[in-house]
Write a protein of this length. Structure first.
Length: 289
C-alpha cells in the first residue's frame, strides 16, 4: 500500500492526540487515546475499502470490455484492431488501463506482452486468469472469437455466483452484528451491575470477624490480585473489558468479511466499524455511569 498525503495527515493527527492524552489525566485521557488510534487507522481502512470497490468495478467493466471485443471480433475485425476501436468507450476504473493497452498495440508491441502488462496493472485474479486464456489462444492461433465468448461467459457466471452468495450470506452478516451487540450488552451489564455487587460483598473486609474475612475473600476472589490481595480499581476493570470487546470486534469483523466476500482483507472495514462502535459505547457508558 502506497502511503499518500491523507495517510500522513491521519498519522499526524493520531500522534498529536496520543501525546495530548498523556498530558490529561483521568478517563478523558483514555478516550482521547482511543480516538487518536482510530483516526490513525481510518485512512488505511478507507484505502482498503476503495481498493475493494475498484477491484469489483474492474471486474464489472472487464465484462463490458469483453462483450465489446466479442461483438467486434465476430464481425470479422482482428482482435488488435478491435481493442483500438473500443479504447475510447467509458469503462470506469478500467478506462486508463485499456487506453494504455491500446497505445502499446498501436506502437507495435505484441498482443501477448501487452496483455501481460495489462494484467499486472489491473492486479485482479479473475481478470488475470481471463487475460491469460486470451493470450494463449492468440498465440496458438485458435478461434479468438470463441475463446473471448467463453471467457466472457465464465467471468459473467463467476460474477453472478459471487452476487448470489453475497445475497445468501447477508443474513449471517446481520446476525454477526446482532451477536456482537448482544455481547457488548452482556459486558456492560457485567461491568456496571454484577461487579459492583461483588465489590459490595467484599466491602466488609475492614471488619475483624471471621465472617467478614470470608466475605472479603469471596469478593477478592474476583476483584483482587492473585498475590497481594489488593482490590482492582474500576478503571482497570473498565479497561480490561474494553480490550475484550475490541478484540472480539476485530476478529468478528474479519470473520464477517471472509463469509460475505471470501476475503479476510474485506473484513477490515467490518472490524473497524465494530471496534469503533465498541469503543464509543464502552467509553460513553464509563463516562455516564
Amino acid at each position: 500500500m502506497e502511503l499518500k498525503k491523507f495517510h500522513w495527515i491521519g498519522m499526524g493527527i493520531s500522534i498529536s492526540l496520543i501525546i495530548i492524552s498523556f498530558i490529561f489525566g483521568g478517563s478523558i485521557s483514555f478516550f482521547i487515546l482511543g480516538i487518536g488510534i482510530l483516526l490513525g487507522a481510518l485512512p488505511f481502512v478507507l484505502t482498503i475499502i476503495r481498493e475493494s470497490q475498484d477491484s469489483a468495478e474492474k471486474e464489472e467493466m472487464f465484462l463490458e470490455f469483453s462483450r465489446n471485443l466479442v461483438e467486434s471480433v465476430k464481425a470479422g475485425t482482428p482482435i488488435n484492431k478491435s481493442i483500438l476501436n473500443v479504447r475510447d468507450k467509458p469503462y470506469g476504473a478500467l478506462s486508463k488501463h485499456i487506453k494504455k493497452l491500446a497505445n502499446q498495440i498501436s506502437m507495435g508491441i505484441p498482443l501477448g506482452i501487452a496483455l501481460q502488462t495489462f494484467s499486472k496493472d489491473i492486479k485482479n485474479k479473475t481478470v488475470s486468469r481471463s487475460l491469460t486464456l486470451i493470450s494463449q489462444a492468440e498465440k496458438s492461433g485458435g478461434e479468438i472469437g470463441g475463446i473471448l465468448e467463453a471467457v466472457t461467459e465464465a467471468v459473467t457466471m463467476s460474477d453472478k455466483l459471487k452476487k448470489e452468495r453475497k445475497a445468501a450470506i447477508s443474513t449471517l452478516v446481520v446476525q454477526g452484528y446482532i451477536i456482537f451487540f448482544v455481547f457488548i450488552i452482556i459486558i456492560l451489564v457485567l461491568e456496571f451491575q454484577i461487579l459492583p455487587l461483588l465489590v459490595g460483598i467484599s466491602s466488609p473486609a475492614s471488619d475483624t470477624t471471621a465472617g467478614s474475612d470470608i466475605g472479603s475473600n469471596v469478593g477478592l476472589g474476583f476483584l483482587g490480585s492473585g498475590s497481594g490481595g489488593e482490590e482492582v480499581s474500576p478503571e482497570e476493570i473498565a479497561t480490561s473489558f474494553l480490550y475484550l470487546i475490541l478484540t472480539q470486534g476485530f476478529f468478528t469483523g474479519l470473520v464477517i468479511g471472509k463469509l460475505s466476500e471470501e476475503n479476510v482483507k474485506a473484513g477490515v472495514k467490518h472490524s473497524f466499524a465494530l471496534m469503533l462502535i465498541a469503543f464509543l459505547i464502552s467509553s460513553g457508558a464509563n463516562i455516564l455511569f
